[in-house]
Design a protein around this ligand. Sequence first.
Ligand code: FES
Ligand SMILES: [Fe+2]
Length: 346
Amino acid sequence: MYVLNTWYVAAWSNEVDRKPVKRVICEQPLVLFRTQNGTPVALADRCAHRAFPLSEGRTIGDSIECGYHGFTYGADGMCTKVPAQSTIPERAKVRKYPLVEKDGWIWAWMGDADLADPADVPDTHWMNDPEWATVTHSFHFKCRAGLIHDNLLDLTHESFLHKTTVGDDYIYEHGITVEVEGSVVSVDRLMPSVAAPPLYADTMDARGLFDRFHCTEFFVPNLHVLHSGITGEGRPREEGYLIKVLNGITPIDEHNSWYYYAFSRNFAVDDSQATEDLRVGLNTVLQEDAEALEAQEIGMQTRPAGEFDVLIAQDGGVAKARRILSTLLKREQAAAAARPVAGARA
Ligand code: FES
Ligand SMILES: [Fe+2]
């Protein structure tokens, strides 16, 4: 059960070129490639002839040729060539998925193509802004997307799971403010007069006490933008050392997710050693998350029916996000049920 009428991060721009790339999103296999002028294309990764993955084939001009019997499809998904005969069967076509390429990510629209609006792709400009330096990672997390959402909406786990990097007991000692606007949930935590997190303190050259803040903005169901940082005690956040962490969460299936991660900072922007230290340190943080969430996924799968999460005050954002997700799902299901079935008689 996935929300399909939304944009999901499908790949980094630099992962997609002329050679076909396979991605599974919401249980739908896609093949991604670029046409000769560099436009990215996503088609269903299943040949109309006999379901061979097109990602095993090759691009020719702006088309892709199936590696099994050579059916060839244009960038619009229509078959243009059947090598063994001169006619092309009418049903020889594959689904084409709308794409948007922006700031280093390629987003795919997994639902009704008529509803795809590129303006709905959230703001990620920090990844591509020379005023900010960015470190990136991507992972296949062996867990359901919901566990990653919960993880990002409740950062008190940093106190325990990320003790040596970004954690400290003061995190869970401070409460949160939760706000909802449309399908965006914001969870804000202000931690006044505390030390900078160990992972960033050196890079920031931050000694003494600061006001630390986290504000996770979850664009349900696909992206978390974490606005965090430290600023002088009692000073406005904008004056401080700022971090924008973009977390593109894309379901593969019920038990697996793609995790596209970009960490942008407005300090030590030209310091390549700082970038390298952060790249290594953040990889440690994400590996700690991966291990915890994969263990939780096993916990979920072995949990007896009728046993549910015990939510506490710190889960205020988790609860709101789950409600929004469930509303979006119900809305899509109702719309799908109301749609006439192809071929059905009135
Ligand atoms: S399966 Fe693709 S051409 Fe036969
Ligand atoms: Fe974490």
